[in-house]
Design a protein around this ligand. Structure first.
Ligand code: HEC
Length: 259
């Protein structure tokens, strides 16, 4: 009888006890491990970003203070509407970091201001930690930048001289905005992307002089913002409002620029 009891204990009770305590222990320790990993990765991502990027990219704050490159907050703001999932965000950013080209650029204004970013030698295994950090961080966006957003000005009361090519891009954008059939979220995002690619040509446009280029950038700054907002518009009402704003802003172009 005692033997049977012992066997019962060995074969049923003990394994049962272990199974229970095991699963509990496992979930607890797994949770702990998970949160540790996230914390470590966050810290590591931040550390690596500071190590490799901070010479040229400040985290946040006033964009005008930085002399070597745009703020990371601004970079995140330009990438997120275009690449909405974390994977797509990091794949695209890593592709840019490994081989920066004008074709991949999402910040044409920054390229005009600072020139294209050089290749930074970062070990392969560190790229994702850096881009995840830039994706996850809640930057204190726009602080001090909002009031400073430049607006376009006339050239001593005269319009800025530009070539037909630039005007043609502006017409192209206007035409894209006249299609007024209602779209779904993905279609508005696509329209935003299409508008962005033409707007990018405008911002990258080589004018006769730097002053004109600064004014072109100023003119498109608000437009760029609304194009980003269109990419992430939650519903057709919001999207239609943005389209109206964009039409309105673009209709001002010829008040400041002429061929
Ligand atoms: C030597 C200076 C320098 C360093 C170091 C540097 N960058 Fe840049 N970066 C720039 C400049 C200048 C620009 C703006 C021009 C451009 O967009 O290419 C830029 C732009 C960018 C952009 C936006 C590209 C676009 O236009 O779409 C991303 C993303 C970026 N940097 C990420 C990083 C990351 C991540 C690091 C660190 C691994 C880093 N940069 C290190 C100078 C630098």
């Amino acid at each position: 009888m005692r033997k049977v009891n012992l066997i019962l204990v060995i074969f049923f009770v003990i394994p049962f006890f272990f199974a229970c305590s095991n699963t509990n222990e496992k979930t607890n320790s797994e949770e702990q491990k998970d949160s540790l990993i996230t914390n470590n990765e966050m810290n590591e991502g931040e550390m690596l970003t500071k190590k490799y990027c901070s010479a040229c990219h400040k985290m946040e704050g006033n964009g005008d203070q930085s002399t070597n490159g745009p703020r990371l907050a601004a970079i995140q703001k330009h990438y997120k509407p275009m690449y909405q999932g974390k994977q797509e965000f990091s794949d695209s950013m890593i592709s840019f970091l490994k081989a920066p080209t004008i074709a991949k650029v999402l910040m044409p204004g920054a390229v005009k201001k600072f020139n294209l970013m050089p290749i930074i030698p970062v070990p392969d295994e560190d790229f994702k930690k850096i881009t995840d950090y830039i994706f996850d961080t809640k930057f204190n966006n726009n602080k001090g930048n909002k009031n400073k957003s430049i607006s376009v000005e006339l050239n001593n009361g005269n319009k800025w001289k530009i070539e037909q090519e630039l005007l043609a891009y502006v017409y192209e954008m206007k035409e894209m905005l006249t299609l007024d059939t209602e779209k779904n979220k993905a279609e508005y995002q696509q329209l935003g992307k299409d508008l962005f690619s033409v707007m990018k040509k405008c911002v990258l446009y080589n004018a006769d002089n730097k002053e004109t280029e600064v004014q072109i950038r100023a003119f498109f700054k608000g437009i760029e913002n609304n194009v980003h907002n269109l990419m992430i518009a939650e519903n057709p009402v919001e999207a239609q409002k943005l389209l109206e704003k964009l039409k309105n802003d673009l209709s001002n172009f010829e008040n400041f620029f002429e061929v």
